[in-house]
Design a protein around this ligand. Structure first.
Ligand code: G6P
Length: 463
């Protein structure tokens, strides 16, 4: 056991996640520039920054981050762990993103996968090493009786490992993803399934985004390890940050991008907007196919609507993500060459991440398309109604966590059914402006019920 008095910073509140709040890139001159990250996990946890006795432990992810660790460059309150690059790659690309992410999002859909053999075992050993590095760093940094909030599927073994090193700590774990149904989860090798669950059950309390994912987890525990052995389980549905979004979306850079988008789409045309990481679970290709079906089934929309699709690069180290990214571009180009005319480009696809442009699209959207196969929450579905200028119809997959809170005022879809999705897009486009505005008002209220700072504090308090 690491004695608490030895700890370097004696933090009282610690967060641990693979991706941290900041990343570094080295310029040509060797100068390091810091960039603050976005995404649900980071925006939810940023409330920790308000406390002087806090520490955020994360991984060094690229060369820039590793260089920052080597040079001792960093932000107060953030500690980056420089874990061996091969170990990190096997743990992150191999286990976290190619196995656990796939299991929780039901992404194994061919008869040839998954295969759990020697390569998997090597990666699993790396995942254990990587989790142990986090547990040891946390044990070292935490003050006596401190509270530690461990995040996500990357770090499922940390609660159990940390408990063994420091039994004075209060340990929470939060899952930002869905949780797999028990039959699907049990595709994992038995010993691995058991280790994952026991690792998480090492926490005092586990958090999930919706009751559905919490129930699925409990069911897995009952089936694999006989129960949840006294670990408390809570639900915290992360909401959108209304104050931040309303202020940010009215700055000049957003107004400028609104003008550019309007010009690109063509004055007076309706806009169907989507904004995602180019992520297999986001179902971007079926979204495009649904749009294509809309243009076929309802030709009256040709020349009168534009699909604005922002698909920002993600996890490009993995071939399956690169292939998916290419497929998104191919299908978009195909729709444009089949239906486009001299004055009308049916799909406007942007792949370069630009938050101001995303907000511009949110403000202008007539219909927002959020159709994931499965999603822990999906913050886009919550952000659009908050930011929308004149009200926006929300086509929402019933498999997104956000559906539990927003389902009543959204247009629900089965994400696999592109015909039904095309009809939902049509219903969104034909919805009266009054109805759109009414629904959007109610959606925004539901979407902001639990702002990020409160979401974070609730978990601390519950621990
Ligand atoms: C999801 C996960 C996060 C992750 C994010 C981006 O929201 O729950 O933990 O950080 O996706 O994925 P990435 O692999 O780029 O960190």
């Amino acid at each position: 056991m690491v004695s608490a008095s030895r700890s370097a910073s004696a933090a009282q509140v610690l967060v641990a996640s693979n991706r941290g709040p900041v990343s570094y890139a080295a310029g040509e001159d060797g100068e390091l520039t810091a960039r603050r990250g976005g995404g649900g996990l980071v925006s939810g946890l940023s409330a920790i920054g308000d406390r002087a006795d806090s520490l955020w432990v994360c991984s060094a992810l690229g060369e820039g981050d590793r260089e920052a660790v080597r040079r001792g460059v960093g932000e107060p309150g953030v500690r980056m762990l420089d874990i061996d690059a091969d170990v990190h790659a096997d743990a992150y690309n191999g286990i976290a993103n190619s196995v656990l992410w796939f299991v929780h999002h039901l992404l194994y859909q061919t008869p040839l996968e998954p295969v759990f053999g020697p390569e998997f075992r090597r990666q699993w050993a790396a995942y254990e090493t990587y989790n142990r590095a986090f547990a040891e760093a946390l044990a070292d940094e935490a003050g006596p009786g401190a509270t530690v909030l461990v995040q996500d599927y990357h770090l499922a073994l940390v609660p159990g490992m940390l408990r063994e090193l420091r039994d004075d700590l209060r340990i929470g774990h939060f899952s930002h993803t869905p949780w797999a149904p028990a039959d699907y989860f049990r595709m994992l090798p038995d010993d691995v399934a058991e280790q994952l669950l026991r690792g998480m059950l090492g926490a005092d309390r586990l958090g999930f985004l919706t009751g559905r994912w919490a129930d699925a987890f409990t069911e897995c525990c009952v089936r694999v390890v006989g129960g949840t052995s006294g670990t408390r389980i809570g639900v915290h549905g992360l909401g959108a940050d209304a104050d931040f979004l309303r202020e940010r979306s009215h700055r000049d850079d957003v107004e400028e991008r609104m003008r550019a988008l309007r010009e690109q789409a063509g004055e007076g045309r309706k806009l169907i907007v989507r904004v995602d990481r180019t992520e297999l679970s986001k179902n971007i290709v079926r979204g495009l196919l649904a749009y294509r079906e809309l243009l076929d089934a309802h030709p009256e929309w040709r020349e009168r609507v534009v699909h604005v699709a922002f698909a920002y690069p993600s996890r490009q180290d993995l071939a399956v993500y690169r292939d998916y990214t290419a497929e998104v571009s191919r299908v978009a180009a195909d729709i444009n060459s089949t239906y486009g005319t001299a004055g009308w480009t049916p799909v406007v696809l942007h792949v370069k991440d630009d938050f101001a442009r995303s907000l511009a699209a949110y403000r202008l959207a007539d219909v927002a398309l959020v159709n994931p196969i499965r999603d822990g929450m999906n913050l886009v579905a919550k952000e659009v109604p908050v930011v929308s200028d004149e009200g926006c119809a929300l086509v929402l997959s019933r498999e997104a966590g956000a559906y539990e809170e927003l389902g009543e005022d959204a247009l629900p879809v089965n994400p696999y059914d592109i015909t039904a999705t095309a009809e939902a897009l049509h219903a969104g486009l034909t919805m009266s402006l009054d109805e759109r505005a009414e629904r959007t008002k109610r959606l925004a209220a539901a979407a902001t019920a639990l702002p990020p700072a409160q979401w974070f504090l609730d978990q601390l308090e519950a621990l």
